[in-house]
Design a protein around this ligand. Structure first.
Ligand code: ATP
Ligand code: PRP
Ligand code: MG
Length: 281
């Protein structure tokens, strides 16, 4: 039975559970449940703190887990990213009171507050910058500068609202771009990981693509297919009117309207878009 660690709280928890449910797995109804067996799919879920997921996977006590790329790197665990899951996107950045820092060199000799010490220390070591110290805080890191325990911070930035409210501004390049990831232990491929991976990839595809159908005069099929090349090759079927064909192709969801405009301009009509409920590529 494949043992899967899932975040029990925070930004990762609900979207992780939603994705697993979409992939056909049983999920808990009560947020206090810590273990859930899904014998039909031969898996068992362990609901753990997001920061602890990599520790369990790295130690081999669970086979795979869902966590953030930033949390994985900060854990130093013997675990690798296996599949990016496309949710809980964020950047990890340095920020300081407006006008007090503009580049990495400005960190030298300053105190940095963060919840991600390992990540920050290894990044600065790699860049050859020596801070005065790294102050570990559990959360609400943005308040540390005003309260005087640090001169600047390194933290998760999603919309930037929290930073602005604290009078801080990002500086330097992003340390990391993060999102939720499926992780597994170094060099270990437990039985059942392939099926889980294919199922999650199926959900990703269903989220990322739509199905587009349209009618097009035969003479324009090649031009239209160049706009909607699909994943492998689009389906082209004859219509009752022999001068026309029907085309069906997968199109990236975010390009839906631009592609419809281009197809229409090319001569396509009856353009219809439908969502993909599930997929296995
Ligand atoms: N706005 C956000 N705030 C915090 N984490 C975010 C945000 N957006 C994405 N994430 C990602 O979620 C993960 C952090 O989740 P975690 O549960 O530890 O923190 P949290 O959502 O801040 O929860 P908590 O309520 O315990 O502080 C990281 O991988 C982080 O990159
Ligand atoms: O860029 P934003 O959209 O504002 O989001 C980023 C903020 O959200 C998270 O904090 P959270 O609310 O989880 O509190 P915490 O710091 O106590 O974890 C994170 O640590 C940042 O502070
Ligand atoms: Mg938080």
């Amino acid at each position: 039975m494949l043992r899967i660690a899932v975040p029990n709280k925070g930004s990762l928890s609900e979207p992780a559970t939603d994705m697993l449910r979409e992939a056909g797995y049983r999920q808990r109804r009560d947020s206090r449940e810590l273990v859930l067996a899904d014998p039909e799919n031969d898996v068992e879920f362990f609901f753990l703190r997001p920061r602890d997921v990599a520790v369990y996977v790295g130690s081999g006590t669970v086979d795979v887990g869902i966590t953030g790329r930033d949390l994985l790197l900060d854990s130093g665990a013997q675990a690798d990213e296996h599949l990016a899951l496309g949710f809980a996107g964020s950047t990890f950045r340095f920020a300081a009171p407006a006008g007090t820092a503009s580049s990495l060199e400005d960190i030298a000799g300053k105190r940095i507050a963060t919840s991600y010490n390992v990540l920050v220390a290894s990044y600065l070591a790699e860049k050859g910058v020596e801070p005065a110290g790294i102050v570990h805080l559990d959360g609400a890191v943005e308040s540390s500068v005003k309260l005087g325990v640090a001169d600047l911070i390194a933290d998760v930035v999603e919309t930037g609202t929290t930073l602005r409210a604290a009078g801080l501004e990002v500086f330097g390049e992003p340390i990391l771009r993060s999102e939720a990831v499926l992780i597994k232990r170094h060099g270990v491929d437990a039985a059942g990981v392939d099926t889980l991976t294919r199922r999650l990839q199926g959900v990703l595809t269903a989220r990322e693509y739509v199905l587009m159908d349209y009618d097009i005069p035969l003479a324009l099929v090649d031009a239209a297919v160049a706009i909607t090349p699909g994943l492998e090759s689009p389906t082209v079927s004859p219509l009752h009117d022999r001068e026309w064909a029907a085309v069906r192709a997968m199109v990236p969801r975010k390009h839906t309207n631009r592609v419809m405009d281009d197809l229409y301009d090319t001569g396509a009509r009856a353009i219809i878009v439908t969502s993909i409920h599930a997929s296995r590529l």
